[in-house]
Write a protein of this length. Structure first.
Ligand code: SF4
Ligand code: SF4
Lengths: 433, 263
C-alpha cells in the first residue's frame, strides 16, 4: 500500500491546525493586554444572549435581505463542516467516503450538503454584487481602504471556490454518481465532464478533494488576519457583551476612591495609600493597553459590516467619526503592539505611537453624541461607545484637553451646579415667573 | 397663572414632618432654560391637577453630572453625584420623577453604585401611571385628530428601553400618531447628547438636528412631540432652520396633555 498521500495529508493537517493554534494563542495574549473587568455575573442571561445573538443571529435579521442571506451562508458553513470530518478521516486512513456505509442516511446528508453548497454559492454571489456592483454605501466609507475592501471580497471568493470544489468533487466521483443517492445538485454538473476517461475523472475528483481540504486549512489560517474572525469570536463576544442598560456608563472605581477621600472630612489626605490600592497610572485610555480586554475582544470580533456607522448620527451628517473605524483602529493598533511584543522577546518597547492621535483623532472622539445607535445596530454586541468615552476620559482628566466650550460647561457645573452660568440660588425662580 | 402653581420644596415637607409621594427632579434645563421651564410648569400643572403630593429640591438641587460624565470628566460627575446623593438620602427620598431623560438615566443607572438607590421614573411613565390609577384623565381637546410624530430621546429609548409610555399618552389624545422612518430603537439622535449641546459640532456637511427634523417633516406632522428638553431645543431649531415654524410645533408630551385640558 502507498502511504504517501496519508502522510502528506497528516502533515498538511498538523501544519494547518498548528499554525492556527499558534495564532490563537497570540490572539488571546493580545486580548489579555487589556485591563481586567468583572464579567462573571449573570451567567444565564449571558448564555441566553450568546444563543440568541450569535447562534440565533437575532440581530442580523433586522436587515432582512442581508440577514436572510447571511443565515444561509452561516447554516451552510456549519452543516457542510460535517463533511469535513469525513474528509479528514478519509485523508488520514486512506478510506473513501467512510460514512457512506451508513446507507440511505448518507444520501440524505450529502443531498443536504449539496443543496446548501449551491445556496451558499448563490448567497455569496449576491453579497459580492452588493459590495462591488450595487456598491452599498456602508462598504465604501472612508475607513474601507484597500485591505478591508479586499478582505471582504477574498472571503467571498474563498467561499465560492470551496463550494465549487465540493460540488465538482461529487460530480466527478463516478462511484458516488452511480450510487445515485444524494447527488441532487452534482448530477447536473456531472454531464459537463461526460466523455472524459475514468482516469481523468478520478484525477479531477482527487484534485478537487485535495484543493477543497487544503483550501479549508488555508481559510482557517486566514481568519486571524481577517474580519472573518467573527465566525469564532462572535460567540465569546456576545457572551461578554454589555448587560446593563445601554445608557449606563461604568463609574470609574479609582475616581470613586478619590472622591470619597475628598468628601470625607475625617480622611487624612497625607495618609499612605494601603498596599495594593494605589490609583492606576492613568485615567481613561490613550492606548490599547488602557482599554479593557472586553473592548479588545470587541475589536477582534468586528466584522466591519458598517451597520454601526450607517446608523451613526455624526457619520450620517458628514463628520469624521465612524464607530466602525474606532473598532478597526483599535484592532490595528493592538496588532501593532502584539508584533512589537513578538519582536522584543515578549516585552513591549515604546514605539512613540498610541491609539489616540496616531489612529483615532480627537475630532472623531468629540463628534460622538453618545446616542448608542452604534451599539444597538451591531449584530455581534460590540460597544464602540465604551472606547470613545474612555478616550475622552483620558483627554479630559489626564490632559485637560476638552474643547473650550466644554471646559466652560464643566466650570459652570463645578461653580454653580448647572452647565450654564446661572446661580444655584435661582433654581426655583421659574415657579414665580 | 403662575400663582396657581403649587410647588412645595423638600425642606418645607421636612419642616412639617411629612414625606411627599414623589420628588420631582427638575434638572438644569427645566430650571433655567426658557423653553424647558414651560415644560416644567406644564408638568407641575398636571401634578397639581392629579393632586400628587410632590416636592422639589429647589435650591438644593444641582446638576446630576451627566454632561460632565459624557464629556469624560468622571471626577466632576462623581463629585456632583455624591453631593446630590447626600441631599437625597438626607431627605430619605424613595421615588423620583423627572422630565429630563438625561437626569433619568443618570440617577436611575449610575447613582446606585455610588450610594443612591431610588425608584426613578420619566415623567411620561409617571403620567401614564397616574392615568392607569384613574388619578388623571386625558382628553384630546385641541389635539384630537392631529398628526403627531414622536421623537425618541436616546437616553429614554435606546438607553433605557422606554418606548411605549410616551406613545400611549399621545394615543390617549385621540391624535394620529405617525412614526418616522427611523423610530424607537433605531431613532436618530437629535444631536444634543454626549455633551454636544454645549459645543459647536465638528466639521461635517449638515447638523444632526436638521437631519432629524427632515426625517420628522417627511411624515408631515402638525406636531413633533418630544420627551426631553434638549431634544426639544434641537428640534425647535431644526424646524426653524427648515422655515416650518408656522406649520409645525415642537411640544413636550407634558405640554400636550396639559394644553389639551386647557390647564
Ligand atoms: S454613540 Fe457616538 S459613535 Fe455611536 S452612533 Fe452615536 S454618535 Fe455615533
Ligand atoms: S462594530 Fe459591529 S456593527 Fe460596527 S462594523 Fe463592527 S461588527 Fe459591524
Amino acid at each position: 500500500m502507498n502511504y504517501i498521500p496519508n502522510i502528506i495529508f497528516a502533515i498538511a493537517l498538523i501544519a494547518g491546525i498548528g499554525y492556527f493554534a499558534k495564532n490563537v494563542k497570540k490572539l488571546i495574549r493580545n486580548i489579555k493586554l487589556g485591563h481586567d473587568v468583572d464579567v462573571s455575573d449573570n451567567k444565564s442571561q449571558r448564555f441566553k444572549n450568546m444563543a440568541m445573538i450569535a447562534l440565533g443571529q437575532s440581530k442580523m435579521v433586522r436587515r432582512p435581505i442581508a440577514g436572510f442571506l447571511h443565515i444561509i451562508v452561516y447554516v451552510g458553513f456549519i452543516v457542510i463542516n460535517i463533511e469535513v470530518l469525513e474528509i479528514i478521516i478519509d485523508g488520514l486512513f486512506g478510506t473513501h467516503r467512510i460514512f457512506s456505509s451508513i446507507g440511505n442516511l448518507y444520501g440524505v446528508l450529502i443531498g443536504i450538503f449539496e443543496i446548501l453548497a449551491l445556496l451558499v454559492f448563490i448567497a455569496v454571489t449576491i453579497f459580492w454584487i452588493r459590495r462591488n456592483i450595487i456598491k452599498l454605501q456602508r462598504f465604501w466609507k472612508a475607513e474601507m481602504t484597500s485591505w478591508p475592501k479586499n478582505d471582504g471580497n477574498f472571503i467571498l471568493y474563498f467561499e465560492m471556490v470551496l463550494m465549487t470544489l465540493f460540488l465538482i468533487m461529487n460530480a466527478t466521483d463516478v462511484h458516488f454518481q452511480e450510487m445515485n443517492n444524494g447527488n441532487i445538485i452534482s448530477q447536473y454538473i456531472a454531464p459537463l465532464f461526460s466523455g472524459l476517461s475514468e482516469n481523468t475523472l478520478h484525477f479531477i475528483e482527487r484534485g478537487a478533494w485535495w484543493l477543497h481540504i487544503l483550501g479549508i486549512l488555508v481559510f482557517l489560517n486566514y481568519l486571524y488576519f481577517s474580519k472573518h474572525l467573527h465566525i469564532l469570536l462572535a460567540f465569546p463576544n456576545t457572551y461578554f457583551g454589555k448587560l446593563k442598560p445601554k445608557g449606563q456608563f461604568d463609574n470609574l472605581e479609582a475616581v470613586t476612591k478619590e472622591v470619597k477621600l475628598m468628601m470625607d472630612p475625617n480622611a487624612d489626605p497625607f495618609a499612605a495609600q494601603p498596599e495594593g490600592t494605589e490609583a492606576p497610572a492613568k485615567f481613561g485610555a490613550s492606548d490599547v493597553q488602557d482599554l479593557s480586554w472586553v473592548n479588545l475582544l470587541n475589536a477582534y470580533t468586528c466584522t466591519e459590516c458598517g451597520r454601526c456607522t450607517s446608523e451613526c448620527p455624526a457619520n450620517q451628517t458628514g463628520k469624521k467619526l465612524s464607530p466602525r473605524k474606532i473598532m478597526m483602529d483599535t484592532r490595528d493598533r493592538l496588532e501593532e503592539v502584539g508584533k512589537n511584543i513578538d519582536a522584543n522577546k515578549g516585552e513591549f518597547k515604546p514605539d512613540g505611537k498610541q491609539l489616540l492621535d496616531d489612529y483615532i483623532t480627537r475630532e472623531e472622539l468629540w463628534a460622538c453624541t453618545s446616542c448608542n445607535a452604534c451599539v444597538e445596530a451591531c449584530p455581534v454586541s460590540i460597544d464602540p461607545l465604551a472606547i470613545i468615552i474612555d478616550m475622552r476620559r483620558y483627554l479630559v482628566m489626564e490632559q485637560s484637553a476638552a474643547p473650550m466650550e466644554l471646559n466652560n460647561m464643566m466650570t459652570n457645573i463645578e461653580n454653580n451646579g448647572a452647565p450654564w452660568p446661572y446661580n444655584q440660588m435661582d433654581r426655583l425662580n421659574w415657579k414665580n415667573e | 397663572m403662575s400663582e396657581l402653581l403649587k410647588v412645595p420644596t423638600m425642606a418645607e415637607f421636612m419642616a412639617e414632618g411629612k414625606q411627599p409621594e414623589v420628588l420631582f427632579w427638575v434638572g438644569c434645563a427645566g430650571s433655567f432654560d426658557d423653553r424647558a421651564k414651560k415644560i416644567t410648569k406644564a408638568f407641575v400643572r398636571l401634578l397639581n391637577r392629579a393632586n400628587v403630593e410632590f416636592a422639589v429640591l429647589g435650591t438644593e438641587e444641582s446638576c446630576t453630572g451627566d454632561p460632565a460624565k459624557r464629556a469624560g470628566n468622571e471626577f466632576l460627575f462623581q463629585m456632583q453625584a455624591v453631593t446630590n446623593i447626600e441631599v437625597l438620602n438626607a431627605y430619605e427620598v424613595k421615588k423620583i420623577v423627572t422630565a429630563c431623560p438625561h437626569c433619568f438615566n443618570t440617577i436611575k443607572n449610575e447613582y446606585p453604585e455610588l450610594g443612591g438607590q431610588y425608584e426613578v421614573m420619566h415623567h411620561t411613565q409617571f403620567l401614564k401611571s397616574l392615568l392607569n390609577d384613574g388619578r388623571l384623565t386625558i382628553e384630546g381637546g385641541q389635539f384630537k385628530g392631529k398628526r403627531i410624530t414622536f421623537h425618541d430621546p436616546c437616553y429614554l429609548g435606546r438607553a433605557n428601553n422606554v418606548y411605549e409610555a410616551p406613545r400611549d399618552l399621545i394615543r390617549k389624545l385621540d391624535a394620529e400618531l405617525v412614526e418616522m422612518k427611523s423610530c424607537k430603537s433605531r431613532g436618530l439622535c437629535c444631536g444634543a447628547g454626549g455633551a454636544q449641546m454645549f459645543k459647536e459640532p465638528e466639521k461635517g456637511n449638515k447638523d444632526v438636528n436638521v437631519e432629524r427634523t427632515e426625517q420628522a417633516l417627511d411624515v408631515k406632522p402638525e406636531i413633533i412631540a418630544a420627551g426631553c428638553p434638549f431634544c426639544n431645543t434641537m428640534m425647535t431649531d431644526g424646524v426653524k432652520a427648515k422655515e416650518k415654524e408656522a406649520d409645525v410645533q415642537v411640544m413636550d408630551i407634558a405640554e400636550l396633555i396639559a394644553n389639551a385640558q386647557d390647564l
